[in-house]
Design a protein around this ligand. Sequence first.
Ligand SMILES: Cc1cc2nc3c(=O)[nH]c(=O)nc-3n(C[C@H](O)[C@H](O)[C@H](O)COP(=O)(O)OP(=O)(O)OC[C@H]3O[C@@H](n4cnc5c(N)ncnc54)[C@H](O)[C@@H]3O)c2cc1C
Length: 473
Amino acid sequence: MHEEILSGIALTDLRSEHRGPVLVLGDPGYDEARRVWNGMHDRRPALIARCLTASDVSAVLRHAVAADVPVTVRGGGHNVAGTAVSDDSVMIDLSLMRAVTVDPAAEQAEAEGGCLLGEVDAATAPHGLACPAGVVSHTGLGGLALGGGYGWLARKWGLTCDHILAAEVVLPDGSVVEVSESQHPELLWALRGGGGNFGIVTRFTLRLRPVGPVYHHAAVFGPDEAPAALEEYRRFAAGQSSDMHAVGAFKVAGQQEWIPERLRGEPALFLTAVWLGDPADGPAAVAPLFGTVEPAGSVARVMPYLELQGLGDHGEPHGNRYFTKSCYLSDLASDPVAELVEAARDIRSPLSSIDFEFLCGAISGPANEESAFPRREAPYICTASAQWIDPQHDAENIAWTRNTVARLAAWTYGGAYVNYLQDEPADRVVEVYGDARYRRLAAVKNSYDPRNVLRSNQNIRPTSGTAHLPSER
Ligand SMILES: Cc1cc2nc3c(=O)[nH]c(=O)nc-3n(C[C@H](O)[C@H](O)[C@H](O)COP(=O)(O)OP(=O)(O)OC[C@H]3O[C@@H](n4cnc5c(N)ncnc54)[C@H](O)[C@@H]3O)c2cc1C
């Protein structure tokens, strides 16, 4: 089967042009390279090109396009929908392209397209700098930055995509271009939130921000205390400076010493506040969050920024099975909270969680013209993430995830975060961006990828393929 698919690709020519390994089924390393984070996606590409340079990316892309074989692009392999890998396709694997260089004076970093977040943080932190990014260090920079990038620094400095100053991009025709405010500005706009639709980013130039130690305070509440604790969270979060980022999660409590025995193994509410201002001011800044409803247990301390960025690493390991649904919420009033508590009581796996956070701050800052990222004013994001191990439990976990988000339908803000989409109809992408922004993205797609070569993603279709384009209004 794969031989037939690859019959149009001159493998010997590709291998001589391509510096990195080119793997087919049966080659050593093939099985490891095709694996992605979500164990639900057990797919076998016809060919995996492990690229080392932009010219490797260009070579494999040109060969695949000429032979009319579909391509996928792998950054960190973390997309929950598994868009990095597909059966019978050519996987353009960037995971060997992970160099980072930092210019501390300019407060900028150059990061290759296959970097993981932890590698960018590890390079920038010694200079007291960071690029705002996600909360799990083994997530890929490529997919996260191109789709948006929420994280601990987002309320203070904005999303990861807001920090893309420039990029080296391999276009679907194989040409390599430098993208910046002065070269291909419309493409730069689209790269800031429009996903991997327009080209393959082999190098990002990122703006960095100053970071130091942070004050971190986590607390746990039983389900009966959750409604009152969340009412306090709602009041607290909305009144804070952007130095404060407070998030919450319903999940099954673990065995940590600070969690009282009566809650261990039970669904519980966790609230976590991170204070980015002077750490000495942290306890006083966080105190009002826990002023009315006393937590059943809590733990607080000052920690280096790098440690904060690694706190989420063990909770979402590679290879487990995951299913995610997410929505923005207009408010976290008592009715949606009651639904969240019920959904938490119904949780099917001790590894699953319902996460939510108050957004705003610098996230809602940039004007539409600066980036493609939509729904910046959304007050809350809420994500049901089912995680389990045994495939026999797929159906119940998927159903729990769907039901959890369906319970919140009456309070949604509209749209969704593109990087959390899984198993959605194609039209959902139009809803995510909204009509006007989608049309602008489709026009960029038309200029740079009119044949929709890059379509294994949350796809923006070129305007020539008008099947699901919103009508002019
Ligand atoms: C454990 C975990 C934690 C997460 N935490 C956060 C978080 O805190 N904040 C947040 O905002 N999101 C978070 N996410 C979601 C994350 O943003 C997406 O899963 C994102 O797609 C991951 O990027 P990746 O490169 O690892 O993915 P991949 O699966 O490798 O790629 C996904 C898609 O991105 C595109 N792509 C990737 N790299 C490139 C590139 N260099 N050039 C062009 N296209 C590219 C391709 O279209 C590809 O199909 C998290 C995900 C996981 C699994």
